[in-house]
Design a protein around this ligand. Structure first.
Ligand code: F0G
Length: 459
């Protein structure tokens, strides 16, 4: 079996044309976008690796379910179906639909956050942190040590440091901890998986101290695949049962269905506790919509219900994780420095190591993002000092811990030849390393600057 290529386990029924631009055209487009790929138009892009969120290709079954979408305001059949699929998967009795993950975060963290509260996570995703901080609370990240070192191998680099967790609980007092949030897989830490043993240990600590334990479950199927592969005792279990076991350890979850829900829009909050669910439901009805649709149309809910079933299919998950690993392995073979081993949904390139001659003040990650676009029309995202850099009192840059570039892989969208094209592009960029130059910021907004900042080349 092992010598065979892992093929895409689907045939392509509908195609979306890619416009093949020239390098001269791209030079013009990137200049117009002021060297920020977020400002490019999508038809100026050949391979779009900006995010795996909301970019999945839906299946024929999802599209046919969409035709059955029941658009009734209250109690729609499509809602009952989505609710029953989620209840069955998570084991949680109270399900609150939302238009995407961050809306679910808002429902929960606006109710349990507030000044004086501390939230603890392996790593809070940006929107999670933003929702917590917006409530006046504090968010603390405690990944294990291996999670902070790109080159160190660990099978579960997404794990949370349970010793640090106990110390933090001691320091702040259990009553001040709003929740422990376990992000599976750990997106900001490289899409790395979390082990069942780690989730179980966190569950135990939270139970002892009566602290709420929430899973950020948007990539839980991908995480289940890694547990099956790497953790003792899970070889015989199917992916869905592994996910169910993980849900059973927590008190609730938030899920952006735009990832492992295999849809373009949607999400939910699911909880064990009725009182908490009722509190959040009030915010749901005020901000998202009535409790049987949240921000979703009936057809969206049908697509989510079907997507949550398809994502656990063994052939799908095998293809999904193997194709991400394929990109990582090929890039590593040609000497591209990466977070290792590859995670589930993306490859993270260490741009500081790739362009050692570009100082962090001139954003080596942004340089790589721009070079990938110019050379081949590949769009991806800087996760370094453009995204997380701060300034000190003298206006000097305090750089991020790492200068990464994320190549996020949309689900069921690109084939192996698209991935080979990305690898070839890196090979060309490696040969022309010395020609790459840094960038300086010419405009930046006060928050989330990576989305709208503008740049100019430092020549
Ligand atoms: N939690 C995690 C771990 C995420 O990766 C995301 C989104 C969210 C929550 C928020 O969900 O977008 O539906 O509101 N991540 C996307 C990304 C945006 O590109 O990684 P959302």
């Amino acid at each position: 079996m092992h010598h065979k290529t892992t093929i895409e386990p689907f045939r392509i029924k509908v195609v979306e044309q890619i416009r093949l631009t020239t390098e001269a055209e791209r030079r013009q487009y990137l200049k117009q976008a002021q060297y920020n790929p977020f400002l490019l138009h999508s038809d100026e892009v050949i391979i779009d690796l900006l995010t795996d969120s909301g970019t999945s290709a839906m299946s024929a079954n999802q599209w046919s379910a969409i035709m059955r979408g029941d658009e009734s305001y209250a109690g729609a059949k499509s809602w009952l179906r989505m609710e029953s699929v989620i209840k069955d998967l998570t084991g949680y009795p109270y399900i609150l639909p939302t238009h995407q993950g961050r809306a679910a975060e808002h429902l929960l963290y606006s109710r349990i956050g507030g000044p004086g509260k501390v939230f603890i996570s392996n790593t809070h995703f940006d929107t999670t942190r933003a929702n917590i901080e917006f409530s006046g609370a504090t968010a603390v990240d405690i990944p294990i040590e291996a999670g902070k070192h790109p080159e160190v191998y660990h099978p579960f680099k997404g794990n949370l440091d349970t010793e640090a967790l106990e110390q933090l609980i001691e320091k702040h007092g259990a009553e001040n901890v709003g929740a422990v949030i376990l992000t599976v897989t750990n997106n900001s830490g490289g899409g790395q998986p979390v082990s069942m043993a780690n989730a179980a240990a966190i569950s135990e600590i939270c139970r002892q101290h009566r602290i709420l334990f929430i899973l950020d479950a948007c990539r839980i199927a991908e995480n289940a695949y890694f547990i099956h592969q790497r953790e003792e005792g899970y070889k015989e279990k199917n992916y869905r049962d592994i996910a169910k076991e993980m849900f059973s350890l927590a008190d609730g979850c938030i899920m952006s269905a735009k990832k492992d829900g295999l849809v373009n829009m949607g999400g939910f909050l699911a909880l064990k506790d009725l009182d908490l669910a009722l509190k959040c439901r009030t915010v749901l009805i005020i901000t998202e919509g009535y409790s049987t649709y949240g921000g979703l149309s009936g057809r969206d809910m049908e697509a989510i219900a079907t997507g949550l079933e398809e994502v656990f299919e063994a052939d799908y998950l095998n293809y999904r994780i193997k194709s991400t690993a394929y990109m990582g392995e090929k890039l590593r073979e040609i000497g591209v420095p990466l977070i290792w081993p590859p995670g589930g949904h993306a490859i993270y390139v260490d741009a500081k190591a790739f362009y050692p001659h570009i100082p962090v003040e001139e954003f080596p990650g942004q340089a790589l993002v721009c070079e990938l676009y110019l050379k081949a029309g590949i769009r991806c995202c800087e996760i370094g000092s453009v995204m997380f850099g701060r300034y000190d009192e003298d206006g000097k840059l305090i750089p991020a811990a790492m200068e990464l570039v994320r190549l996020a892989i949309p689900r069921r969208v690109y084939t192996q030849s698209h991935v080979d094209y990305v690898v070839e592009t890196f090979r060309e960029l490696e040969q022309e390393r010395d020609r790459a130059h840094g960038y300086r910021i010419t405009y930046e907004p006060p928050f989330l600057r990576h989305f709208t900042a503008r740049f100019e080349p430092v020549l």
